[in-house]
Design a protein around this ligand. Structure first.
Ligand code: S3P
Length: 443
């Protein structure tokens, strides 16, 4: 069922506190990369713990259309595991039609880098939401490397990409901290002649830099600089995908808000480029902790624990920390709505360009709760209400955005009255079993 077909869902209060230990599905960012990088490599890569969601399926279908052989199978824990045989030095095949990326910005943007070094012509399409999201940020640096796009200067999908085997390595000063942009440029750089370097204004997630060496690419992962040395022949790799901290964030925040709760989430990525939400919650006074238990390749993972915390207080999140929690701003805003005092997220303009305009959605959704939230320039302010009473009969518009659907669902799950959430099926994008998993924690 696509997110558009699935309708409004009534979300009822959980019958008891959240209690116990669980795991969350595989990390979405790492799953996309494992599939795309394996498709680019020579030989058969072995993948474990891959997220099975509509977004990741868009990447799987894309690489299949381009000639990779994917033999991932559903496991009893709900993940995908198996092989991906890549096209390696032969390159991808010319697909016989457009590549449809559905709702997945990561698929569309990373694919542009994957296709850049090959003499093929590929039309990239997306659903109505993805077709509104900015693409110029990706096409601009790739054009500097020698790639052509049609229409030239297109801001949004559909876009047809004409790759080239004569890619130029570049040094690019990125105008924003975006891991998707960084990855597209680095992936193109893998087959360009020389060192491709990308500098960013603040640190974005570094999964690409950590994973490319597993496939044999000489890569530098600096604080705000990443480099690859091309041309490189990628070889197959074995990748184990840890749990997704962005999915874990919803469970953690539910536990903080539901009286009596105490939970542990095992096998979650503890990559600090992703766990900014935990630092923020700690600063708000939340009872959260992490314990590292191992690493998958260079990705650290471990246990996150969280307990119900009354008496949370607001805090200020500086602009240079936003990339480390960019997908968690909606759910952190809901926690801030229950906290004492004002919470300020600085420089969150990127939220306007996500799966929906999340800034506007947060302000409107919190207004339904009677919570004052507003923007000033690119900053988001939330004035919390520690004794927030949720009115009956609220209907939240998810805007077919998975992270908004789960955020507003927490209002019903952790409160005393049910709420309705429109297009709840959009959770399929990142966490199809979200409701099932959270209900299981109530014995
Ligand atoms: C992602 C990077 C982030 C994030 C998105 C996934 C990635 O986007 O919001 O959900 O996998 O690289 P930007 O690169 O646009 O910041």
């Amino acid at each position: 069922m696509s997110s558009q077909e699935s309708g409004t869902r009534t979300i009822r209060p959980l019958p008891s506190p959240l209690d116990g230990t669980m795991t969350v599905p595989g990390d979405k960012s790492i799953s996309h990369r494992a599939i795309l990088f394996s498709a680019m490599a020579e030989g058969t890569s072995r993948l474990l713990g891959v997220l099975d969601s509509s977004d990741v399926r868009a990447s799987i279908e894309a690489v299949q259309k381009l000639g990779a052989t994917v033999t991932l199978e559903k496991q009893t824990d709900g993940s995908l595991a198996g092989g991906v045989e890549g096209w390696g030095a032969a390159g991808p095949k010319q697909p016989d039609g457009p590549i449809y990326c559905a709702n997945s910005g990561t698929t569309a943007r990373l694919l542009m880098g994957v296709l850049a070094p090959w003499d093929i012509e590929v039309r990239i399409e997306g659903d109505e939401h993805l077709s509104k999201r900015p693409m110029r940020r990706i096409t601009a640096p790739l054009m500097m490397m020698g790639v052509n796009f049609e229409p030239a200067g297109a801001e949004t999908l559909p876009i047809t990409e004409h790759g080239t085997k004569n890619l130029r390595a570049i040094t690019y000063d990125s105008p924003m901290a975006s891991a998707q942009l960084k990855t597209a440029v680095l992936l193109a750089g893998v087959r360009a002649n020389g060192v491709t370097e990308l500098n960013e204004p603040s640190v974005s997630r570094n999964h690409t830099e950590l994973m490319l060496p597993e496939y044999g690419v000489e890569t530098t992962a600096g604080e705000r600089t990443a480099r690859v040395k091309g041309p490189a022949c990628m070889h197959s790799a074995e990748i184990r995908v840890p749990g997704d901290p962005s999915s874990a964030a919803f469970i953690v925040c539910a536990a903080l808000l539901k009286p009596g709760s105490a939970i542990q989430i095992e096998n979650v990525s503890l990559n600090t480029a992703r766990t900014g939400f935990l630092f923020t919650l700690e600063r708000m006074g939340a009872d959260v902790a992490t314990r590292r238990t191992g690493s998958a390749g260079k990705e650290p993972f471990g246990v996150i624990s969280a307990c119900y915390t009354p008496g949370l207080h607001g805090c200020e999140i500086p602009g240079d920390k936003i990339a480390s929690l960019v997908d968690e701003v909606p759910v952190l805003s809901l926690v801030a709505a229950h906290a004492h005092g004002i919470t300020v997220f600085r420089n969150v303009e990127e939220l306007r360009a996500k799966e929906s305009d999340r800034l506007e959605a947060i302000v409107r959704g919190l207004a339904l709760l009677g919570v004052d939230a507003w923007t000033e320039g690119d900053d988001l302010f939330i004035e919390g209400q520690p004794n927030l009473q949720v009115p009956e009969g609220l209907v939240f518009d998810s805007r077919s955005d998975h992270r908004l659907a789960m955020t507003w669902a927490l209002v019903g799950l952790t409160g005393k009255v049910p709420v309705d959430v429109t297009d709840f099926g959009s959770v399929d994008v990142s966490y199809p079993d979200f409701l099932h998993d959270i209900v299981k924690l109530c014995h």
